[in-house]
Design a protein around this ligand. Structure first.
Ligand code: AMP
Ligand code: GLY
Length: 419
């Protein structure tokens, strides 16, 4: 089979790497991809939002299956467009991807179907939102309704911050149209974790759990980023908790979407928090996480292509999804200054040496080629995944790998997997 993967980060590198292990996959293309991905897939110079060019390419190359990694094209309806052309594609249609595209929608869905989440109200008027926060408790959480590159969430410790935040989102429109509506939410405390799941519209199969470190600096200090490192499994996600989540969160979510006429085929990413009152949903995403994928897919034993096919055909129940009894940790190497201002174009050293190290895999997030050499080309540059029998072993292996790769202004967290 010929497969086209849409996206350009570490997540897409991991998906391509895993699909390359399938005996049924003859050739993988990745659009727009990155330099590292070119080691497992042929890079296609078409942007992820250029649906018409992607469709033309898929037809011309007789692509058997397209897999979408990123959120923007899913929310904008890439799956609907491909299906209309009779092309086979893995991912939710726009009417289901809305669980990520609109926080107001997903909160309403959870309220209607009794899925545990933080209490909230939605506002379209700045004045009414200000009135509401004046009467409420602190901290309070403000969320721009739409996609905002993972940056549309503000945690405000007092009234002044909350009013400032509402101004930023609703009036100054820092996150663009995403700020036309705002969700104002109760602040929850507890351990956060991520559970990604395969879904065929009726059956849901959760993957092994993972935990992300979102802040830029050690000790969870600094700005929110796309993710500075991950590990799998989470140290707190027990079998008992998993069962409870299946009954109270995972199944009800799929059933709710189905009842609303929004059948979800693809990946549902549950951002969860274990509070004193049990597990609550912090957010839904309609795709694999980045860098969660880098620690989850290396643990998958079953052929990923078979799972994607079963999801599209509504036959996930027939697949026995199996996992290794091991652990993974991924440390992101970022450009100094990320997530704010940073430089690009620095040569990356050590990538050949690290290939020889056992149980260590490098997934590229933002790299390019220049004069036959790999150079940095983004805020997040590489993810080094360590695989081990235990979490501690995996973390040690990942950091050993981190020391073998270098580039100017290399920044990484030294406490991935610690908490
Ligand atoms: P989100 O983009 O919804 O994942 O939010 C980004 C981050 O904000 C989450 O990973 C949490 O750490 C934090 N967050 C979001 N909602 C809440 C909440 N209700 N209470 C506490 N923290 C939250
Ligand atoms: N790592 C969080 C995300 O992919 O949204």
């Amino acid at each position: 089979m010929k497969v086209l993967v849409v996206g350009s980060g570490g997540r897409e590198h991991t998906i391509c790497w895993k699909l390359a292990q399938s005996l049924k996959v003859e050739k993988i293309f990745c659009a727009p991809g990155n330099a590292g991905i070119s080691e497992v897939a042929e890079i296609v110079n078409i942007g992820a939002m250029d649906f018409e060019a992607l469709i033309e390419f898929a037809k011309k190359e007789k692509i058997d299956l397209t897999v979408v990694g990123m959120d923007d094209p899913l929310v904008a309806g890439i799956v609907d467009r491909f299906e209309r052309e009779g092309l086979r594609i893995f991912g939710p249609r726009a009417n289901a991807a809305i669980i990520e595209g609109s926080k107001a929608f997903s909160k309403e869905l959870m309220k209607k179907y009794n899925i545990p989440t933080a209490k909230y109200e939605t506002f379209e008027s700045y004045e009414k939102a200000v009135e509401y926060v004046k009467a409420g408790d602190f901290p309070v959480v403000l969320k721009a309704d739409g996609l905002a590159l993972g940056k549309g969430v503000l945690i405000c410790n007092n009234l002044e911050e909350a009013i400032d935040g509402l101004q930023t989102i609703m009036v100054d429109k820092k996150f663009g149209e995403s700020g036309n509506k705002v969700v104002i939410e109760e602040f929850l405390t507890g351990q956060e974790m991520s559970v990604l799941s395969f879904c065929d519209g009726k059956t849901i199969v959760p993957m092994v759990s993972a935990q992300d470190h979102k802040r830029a600096l050690d000790g969870d200090k600094g700005l929110n980023t796309g993710g500075m490192g991950t590990f799998s499994p989470s140290r707190v996600y027990s079998e008992e908790i998993a069962k409870d989540c299946m009954e109270k969160i995972y199944k009800p979510t799929v059933e709710a979407l189905s009842k609303e006429g929004r059948e979800f085929k693809g990946i549902i990413f549950f951002g969860l928090m274990l509070t004193e009152k049990g597990m609550k949903v912090i957010e839904y995403n309609a795709r694999f996480g980045d860098p969660e994928t880098q620690v989850v897919l290396p643990r998958l034993k079953t052929d990923l292509l078979d799972i994607f096919e079963a999801c599209i055909d509504g036959k996930l129940e027939e697949v026995d999804v199996k996992w290794e009894d091991n652990a993974c940790a991924c440390v992101i190497l970022a450009s100094g200054g990320y997530p704010e201002k940073y430089e690009k174009g620095y040569e990356i050293f050590g990538l050949e040496d690290i290939k020889k190290v056992e149980n260590t895999i490098v997934f590229h997030s933002g790299t390019a080629f220049k004069d036959g050499k790999f150079i940095t080309n983004g805020g997040r540059v590489l993810g080094v995944t360590g695989v081990g029998k235990t979490l501690d072993e995996a973390i040690k292996t990942a950091y050993n790998g981190v020391n073998l790769v270098d580039f100017k202004d290399k920044h990484f967290r030294k406490d991935i997997g610690i908490k």
